[in-house]
Structure formats: structure tokens, C-alpha cells
Design a protein around this ligand. Sequence first.
Ligand SMILES: *Cc1c(COP(=O)(O)O)cnc(C)c1O
Ligand code: SF4
Length: 424
Amino acid sequence: MRNYVATSLYKDVSKEDWNSWQWQLRNRITTIEDLEQIVNLTDEERQGIGKSLEFLRMAITPYYAMLMNPENPMCPIRKQSIPTVTEINSIDNDNDMDDPLFEDVDSPVPGITHRYPDRALLLVTDQCSMYCRHCTRRRMAGTTDKALPVEMLDQALRYLQETPSIRDVIISGGDSLLMSDANIEKILRKLRSIKHIEIIRIGTRTPVVLPFRITDELCSILKKYQPIYINTHFNHPDEITEESSIACDKLADAGFPLGNQTVLLRGINDCPYIIKELVHKLLKIRVRPYYLYQCDISSGLAHFRTSVAQGIEIIEFLRGHTSGLAVPTYVIDAPGGGGKIPVSPQYMISQSDHMVVLRNYEGMISSYPEPEERVVNHCNNCEECKKHYDDPKVGIERIMYEGKGRLIPEGNIRQMRRNRFKTY
Ligand SMILES: *Cc1c(COP(=O)(O)O)cnc(C)c1O
Ligand code: SF4
């Protein structure tokens, strides 16, 4: 959907300027006055711009603003980028948190979140081209609108260097591609000099909100540091335009596998048909749907949250009905730093010692016979097993190995009662 009302505002802008990411950044829309020239603001939006800016700044690239429907406040592009008073009014004081995923708690040094055994998040900037109203990192996104100070970045890189268990680094922010080409290259060169880092991932929303950032020069810099996986963030089929398609084409042609992370958002994409159109359009531009996120409980997002049932229903509509490639993993990022937990419709409906009973997407019920003779393939005896014999086992994996093991939640009352009498 092209916004023809606003074209008059930008009619004197040269094509060269319009297609320049630096021009788009310099001309981001940050005030009511500017925005009013593009859309017919509602009172809710007008008040929202004033108030919510204390929490998360507003900045919208002219490119993204042009995708807005000037007359319809329900427009998915508008809802993602223009604050409304609901953002403040809907704060759920009982449940909301500034940092629900404990990204700052699981942070050994500024700029790093190290939650999983073998991978870590490297937050290099708090700047984004467009500040998404549904941003889960709204506690930090846009606070300075700048990159991480050099000393902190060096410290973060030093942590990665000194932690050999990390084989996968996810560069994120903010939006990691808002750094200059030179600074991106500096970070990549450093990461590539660390032997234990096998893969690098880049998280960026630029293909969606600032597609001109994906220049040939950027691609040729990134290419030198393969393997690099790029994850972007399309939420709605209207975001897939000629420009964003070109950006994804350039990245795919340069050899980067592309993934997409969508946030399930009430009133924006909480509909199986919208998500289905989105995932199909993504595959056409060579972007593989990776995660569908349940909306986090960061303060100010309550009005965007859907029920978990809605997410399950969406997966029910996709799995089996369309290409497996089009089906993202639906995850809830557990409050308290538990990480991403996949949730899905139930496909295994029963189990006995020799059969599992399954249902497919059509409702057909089948049984699958378990093998007569149970063969345990990791024997703890062959060379490969022996090599890992002493590896520390985590969680359920530990119980599986030890057989009689137990995992007991901290503060379990029954356990504390036992300990109280343990005087012998
Ligand atoms: C999402 C995330 C990762 C990457 O998780 P994958 O499931 O491997 O994509 C790593 N660290 C943190 C803190 C994350 O939030
Ligand atoms: S691009 Fe990502 S970090 Fe930036 S505002 Fe949007 S969701 Fe938040």
C-alpha cells in the first residue's frame, strides 16, 4: 500500500537521496508536526506521541512512513511505529517487567547476554532505524540512539575471547546494521580472529524498515567473514515491498542464509491468514521463517499481547497445510531468563510400551510401532561416547543419563521440610 498523500511531502527529494540510508536516517520522523503531514493522526496517537516518548523514543524512516495508511489508524504499519496512549494506560503492574527475559541479569559484562551453553548475544548499539512500539528491549532501545561505547565493546569482545564454550555469536542491539561499515567490519574481524567462534549471526530490522542499508559495499564486507546467518524481523505481509525484496535478494545472492523472527501482535498479525500470507511471501524472497514469538511481558506491551492459544491455532493452520519450510517454531521466551520454549499443537495423542498414537493435520489418527528390540545407541562405551562421558549434563538430559536423577525446584517446601529434620 503506497501512501500517495505523503508523496507530496517528499516530492522534491532526489531518488539518490531517497535511496540513501544515511538520508533516510537523517530524515527520520520524530515529531507530531512531521507526522501530521503524512497521516491523519487520531487523538490517541497524538497524546501517545507526547507521553510514551518518556519510555521509548519515536523515530520512523520516511520509507516506512510511506507504507502507512494515512486514514486508517488500524494500519499494521502505523500500529508498529506510532505510539498511542494505550502504551501507557495498558501497563500491567502485576505482571509487566522492564527486563522480563533477564537479559541484564544474565549479562557477565555490558553488551553480552550469555544464557545458553554455547552461544551468546552481543548487543553492539541501542540505535534502531525505526523504534518498534512492540520492542521487547524497550528498556534500552533508543536510550542514547548510539553505538555501545568503545571500551564496553572491547570488554564484551574480550569476554567472548575468554569463553571457549561459545561457538555462536548473535550480533544484535538495537539494530546491529546501524553501525557504520567500518565499525561492523572491525567487530567481524575481531570475532573471526577468535578460533572457537564458528558461526556469526546478525539480527537486523533494516531490510524491513530501512532496506537501503543493504548496500553492495555492506554485502562485500560481510562476505569476507562467512559463515554469517542473518535474521530479520517482518511482522506483516504489507512490509514485503519491492524495496525490502531487493534488500533480501542482495543478502541471499551474497550467500547469507536468511531467517525471520515475527512477533505475534494483537491487532497487527494475530490471524492465521495474515501469518500464512506473510510466511509465503517471505519464502518468495528467500527468507525462511525461523521463530514466531509470543509477545513478551515488557512494560507497555500489554495491549499487544495475544493468548498463547492464538499462537497454537496459527501453527495448527500452517503445519501440514503448507510447506514445512514456511512453518516457524512458535516460542515463548520464558520470563526470568529461561530462554525460548517451543510450544506447539499436540500431535502425539497417546503412547504405550510398543506403540505411539499420532494424529495428523487432517485429524487422521495413526499408530507407529516402536521397534521390537530396543537398541540404545549411545553406549557410553565407544570412542565417541567415551569422549563425552565426563561432559556435564544439564537439566532433563542429566536425568536421562543418570536414570535415577531428580530435578528439584529451588525452595521446594517438601524438600525444605526434609532438610529441617536432617540432623543425623
Ligand atoms: C534467542 C537467543 C539466543 C539464540 O537462540 P537460538 O534458539 O539459538 O536462536 C541466544 N541468546 C539469547 C540470550 C537469546 O535470547
Ligand atoms: S528493531 Fe528490534 S531492537 Fe529496534 S526497536 Fe525494533 S524490535 Fe526493538
